[in-house]
Design a protein around this ligand. Structure first.
Ligand SMILES: *[C@@H]1O[C@H](CO)[C@@H](O)[C@H](O)[C@H]1NC(C)=O
Ligand SMILES: *[C@@H]1O[C@H](CO)[C@@H](O)[C@H](O)[C@H]1NC(C)=O
Ligand SMILES: *[C@@H]1O[C@H](CO)[C@@H](O)[C@H](O)[C@H]1NC(C)=O
Ligand SMILES: *[C@@H]1O[C@H](CO)[C@@H](O)[C@H](O)[C@H]1NC(C)=O
Ligand SMILES: *[C@@H]1O[C@H](CO)[C@@H](O)[C@H](O)[C@H]1NC(C)=O
Ligand SMILES: *[C@@H]1O[C@H](CO)[C@@H](O)[C@H](O)[C@H]1NC(C)=O
Ligand SMILES: *[C@@H]1O[C@H](CO)[C@@H](O)[C@H](O)[C@H]1NC(C)=O
Length: 917
């Protein structure tokens, strides 16, 4: 490869050309070395505005001192001297073969590593590419084998390159010539704290011409973009055409994404002009315009140069092709470097050979706007001796940095602010973002439950995440992380503002620093569907205000493991179970976050057998604190419940232990008797008041008609509340135990339907056969209808019609003994198909469910009272019936229609009142 991406490998050149029109301001830093001969070779800017400067010390024309020297420039302008001490083979520090660059290469590796690519030996059988990872203080972190060095024509062909992604979220790519026409690449993960990384995607592509140029640069969605040429005219390095009759030139693009298949090749450009020499320089757009290439075309045998800009999207489709009228003074043989600028536009630097030693001169720095139109030139001081093309770079904020030498000891850094083509960012390090709520460095209350981001353009959410972290020196604490398709996301009508709902557990620490990270490709441009860059760590940051917690006493709560979690736990040895629980406790404390010692040891195991597969319930004691700055017990319980319930978007799903917690269960405070009384307080007070009122009514009714079945006053509300509770139970709690759900519906509806039919039949029969009843019925149709319907709940309701409660005429229906018998038989059936099954369901529910609440409790209470009442009354009924039957047979009276006509007499009702309570 003659030119590698945006990097050139020549040592010195002299500046000759100045454009007098430009007016960009400078700022400079001067540095005196203690020994002579150092040259700035490479500038590597990091996200935290620290600049790593690599120095080299040439020995002769083809070799440099075999050492790795760095200067680290901090934002406060302090410069540290750093040396990476490692016995790299000297072979790495010399040009190889006819090439004019050194094998050893340096790249940044986010967040704060330097990666050094080298070849470990010149032995044909074992030569390999290695990456030595060092910290920016020179400490060696790791040394990792990357790939073998290929042998081409019996010689090692070490032509490999590292490219790190522009975003801290992604790793880096390594590409090298496997043969002269095959380029292999591996996409590596970001190194972890110990410097370990691994390949996550790899592949190859083919070149038409041996050692041909390709362009490799990072895209906006975590991709790396590869642009290659496949012209069918074979062209040698000396530009002699071997086969001039073939002439089609094609330029292709591939998109290499982490862990996904490669997209492409997509055809970007095709030309049928014979013997056209095409060079291309490509880069991505910091703004929403996708990627672009500048093509420099030189038709064979002419001195003409044509420039063309091709813009394309990450789908591979070309969005525009523009020819440049201005050729920027590019001459044949010139080399070009091409950079996007963070605030839009592009910088094109043109270099020209000035001597046979390959020294080059930077002829021009041209600034193109977003559309690739000429905007101005980059002016730099006259008569500079520039050490290398690599000694120019840009900070993210749009400042160009140029390094050059004043003399053998002194080098200088020059900072120039280039023009911005899109409105200035507001500190988000993302020029597309106009404003946010909360704004940077603002203070927000703990009760904040929404944040929003306003863009300069219409946007739509994409696949990646928007995450909120609490700042922490050692490790950031994730609070909430949602993807674009989350229902917590909503848009303003113009699609420029994204609103995000925040869980109450997210901002839960007073006086703390939080920040929001927006991944690359979390948001796309609405119009072009192109992924937008995000906001990286520590840019969008804000504080929570002070808040004083009130004291809350110790408490115990319960967590449930998922089915998988239960199986996993059961599969562990008892020693590992203990370890699991203590790790779970630590991970929970981290997720809240709260000091470890606020959580006591987790206790296992109660089994929740309410579902088909049993689950383990764990209990977690939470200790109170007197500190007003720490989350109190009540709030910890609330937070934990939210965190577990929303585990998909909270840290709970991020650790192996807490991820085994059941989301639907949440975190539930375990009730003790006092708590129960406390939380059922109002229910209980209501019930007591109700009973007292009923008691007073009873006394009053008894006074008015001592012989009436005044107990109906209790029975009526009891039956009605049983109905209400049964319905509430089915709606509220029915689904908690799936096995009981269908039975509880069946034993609710079927008995009701049967009772309803029976009550209609009984009433109709009574109307027909009992003229006294008919007489009452005519005057009390409404109440009779109402009770016919109510009788579907419990047939005994019909008895209330004749209860003579408080001597009220309404309830003095003269019903026959036969009807009473039918009611008795009907409710006897109901006892078996309704009361008993429902009682059993309630008891089973009580047994199966772990968290029992007020509704099933009251349902169980009423159904046991009803059951007990029915059993006792059935027995009394039976006794009375039998005795009566004996009396009747003794009196030798035939049960005929006369009996049916007999009306209920007070003596009987009085007796009845005893057994139909
Ligand atoms: C570097 O050396 C020059 C003289 O050689 C001196 O004037 C200048 O102050 C020095 N600069 C620094 C930063 O030490
Ligand atoms: C850009 O960042 C650099 C390094 O922190 C700083 O020196 C420079 O002043 C900044 N430029 C602008 C325009 O903010
Ligand atoms: C340059 O120096 C290296 C190491 O001292 C030596 O091996 C090499 O032959 C030298 N090359 C030339 C061209 O002098
Ligand atoms: C500049 O910043 C670096 C790194 O943060 C620190 O080590 C150094 O002491 C600072 N220097 C001054 C003069 O503040
Ligand atoms: C480029 O050319 C090589 C060699 O002819 C061929 O194998 C390869 O498929 C071509 N690639 C594309 C993208 O056409
Ligand atoms: C260059 O861009 C700036 C910023 O957009 C604009 O103000 C200026 O007019 C442009 N200059 C030319 C020559 O196009
Ligand atoms: C963002 O949210 C804040 C707080 O809810 C609200 O006041 C503001 O109007 C929102 N901004 C936009 C652009 O919707």
């Amino acid at each position: 490869m003659n030119l590698s991406g945006t990097f050139f490998y020549f040592v010195t050149f002299i500046l000759l050309f100045i454009n007098p029109l430009s007016i960009y301001s400078y700022n400079s830093i001067l540095y005196n070395e203690t020994e002579p001969g150092f040259k700035v070779y490479r500038l590597i800017p990091y996200r935290d505005d620290i600049l790593v400067i690599r120095l080299i010390k040439p020995i002769n024309e083809s070799c440099i001192e075999p050492q790795m020297d760095f200067r680290i420039l901090y934002p406060n302008r302090t410069i540290d001297v750093i040396k990476v001490d490692y016995p790299f083979p000297e072979y790495n520090f010399c040009f190889f073969g006819s090439e004019t660059y050194y094998r050893i290469d340096v790249e940044r590796s986010f967040p704060n590593f330097i990666s050094i690519l080298y070849v470990n030996s010149t032995d044909l059988s074992s030569a390999s590419y290695y990456i030595l990872l060092a910290s920016r203080t020179g400490k060696i972190i790791s040394n990792t084998y990357i790939a073998p060095v290929p042998i081409i024509n019996g010689e090692l062909y070490a032509d490999g390159y590292l490219y790190s992604h522009q975003s801290e979220e992604f790793g880096f790519i390594f590409s090298y010539y496997e043969t002269k026409t095959i380029v292999a690449w591996s996409y590596f993960s970001q190194p972890d704290i110990d410097g370990n990384f691994h390949p996550i995607n790899y592949g190859k592509f083919y070149l038409q011409n041996p050692s041909d140029y390709y362009s490799l640069f990072p895209g906006m969605d975590g991709s790396f973009v590869i642009v290659t040429k496949n012209s069918t005219d074979i062209q040698t390095k000396s530009n002699k055409f071997i086969n001039p009759s073939e002439f089609t030139t094609k330029i292709y693009v591939y998109f290499v994404r982490p862990t996904m298949k490669v997209d492409g090749p997509f055809l970007l450009y095709q030309s049928a002009i014979p013997r056209l020499k095409v060079e291309f320089y490509c880069d991505t757009a910091y703004t929403s315009t996708g990627d672009m290439c500048i093509l420099i075309m030189k038709p064979h045998g002419t001195t003409e140069t044509h420039l063309m800009k091709i813009s394309f999207q990450n789908s591979g489709s070309v969005s525009s092709v523009n020819k440049f009228a201005n050729t920027m003074g590019i001459k044949s043989g010139d080399d070009i470097m091409f950079n996007y600028m963070y605030y839009g536009g592009y910088l094109v630097r043109i270099f020209r050979k000035v001597d046979s030693n390959n020294n080059r001169l930077m002829v021009q720095g041209i600034i193109l706007d977003n559309d690739g139109n000429y905007n101005g030139t980059w002016n730099y001081p006259q008569n500079l001796i520039l050490p290398a093309e690599n000694s120019v770079t840009t900070y993210r904020n749009g400042t160009m940095i140029l390094a050059y030498h004043e003399n053998e000891y002194t080098w200088k850094l020059l900072f120039t602010d280039l023009p911005r083509f899109i409105p200035d960012g507001y500190g988000y390090d993302n020029p597309n973002i106009k404003a946010t709520y909360p704004s940077i460095n603002s203070n927000i209350p703990l009760t904040t439950t929404n944040i929003n981001i306003t863009y300069f353009l219409s946007v739509t959410a994409s696949a990646n995440y928007i995450s909120i972290y609490q700042y922490n020196e050692d490790y950031p604490i994730l609070r909430q992380s949602i993807s674009g398709n989350s229902p917590l996301l909503s848009y303003s009508s113009d699609n420029m503002t994204i609103n995000i709902k925040i869980l109450e557990s997210t901002f839960n620490q007073p006086n703390s620093l939080y920040y929001v990270v927006i991944d690359y490709n979390a948001v796309k441009d609405w119009k072009s569907n192109q992924p937008l860059m995000g906001i990286e760590r520590n840019h969008w940051k804000f504080n929570t205000t002070n808040y004083q917690e009130i004291f809350a006493g110790d408490a115990v709560g319960q967590l449930s493991l998922t089915i998988e979690g239960t199986k996993y736990y059961e599969s562990l040895s008892s020693y590992d179970q203990g370890r699991f629980l203590s790790q779970l406790r630590i991970d929970l404390a981290k997720s809240i976050p709260v000091d470890n010692n606020r959580l006591d040891d987790i206790k296992c195991c109660i089994y929740d057998k309410s579902q088909q597969f049993p689950k383990i319930i764990l209990s977690l004691p939470i200790k109170s604190t007197t500190s007003q700055n720490e989350r109190n017990v009540d709030n910890i319980i609330k937070d934990l419940d939210i965190l577990v319930k929303e585990k998909e978007i909270t840290p709970i799903s991020r650790s192996n232990t807490t991820n085994l917690l059941e989301a639907s269960f949440g975190f539930r405070r375990t009730r003790n008797f006092l708590d129960d009384l406390n939380s059922f307080k109002y229910h209980l007070i209501g019930i007591v008041i109700g009973v007292i009122i009923l008691g007073l009514l009873y006394v009053y009714a008894k006074k008015r008609n001592p012989r009436g079945k005044n107990f109906a006053i209790f029975k009526f509300p009891l039956i009605i509340s049983d109905l209400i509770l049964s319905i509430t139970f089915i709606l509220n709690n029915g689904k908690n135990v799936p096995q009981l759900f269908i039975p509880s519906i069946i034993f609710f509806i079927i008995p009701m339907a049967i009772s309803f039919m029976m009550s209609i039949i009984i009433i109709l029969r009574e109307i027909k056969k009992n003229r006294y009843f008919y007489g009452w019925f005519k005057n009390n149709t409404h109440i009779a209808t109402l009770f016919t319907i109510l009788a579907s709940i419990d047939l005994e309701m019909l008895n209330i019609l004749s209860s003579q409660v408080a001597g009220v005429m309404l309830f003095s229906a003269p019903i026959s003994e036969k009807m009473r018998l039918y009611i008795f038989l009907g409710s006897f059936i109901g006892f078996f198909i309704d009361d008993i099954p429902r009682f059993i369901i309630q008891v089973l529910y009580r047994k199966l469910v772990v968290n029992y609440d007020i509704i099933p409790f009251l349902t169980l209470l009423t159904s046991s009272i009803i059951l007990a009442n029915n059993i006792i009354s059935r027995i009394y009924h039976a006794i009375v019936y039998l005795r009566k039957k004996r009396r009747i047979s003794l009196m030798n009276i035939i049960y005929d229609s006369n009996v049916e006509k007999s009306i209920t007499v007070p003596q009987i009702t009085k007796k009845k009142s005893r057994y139909s309570m």
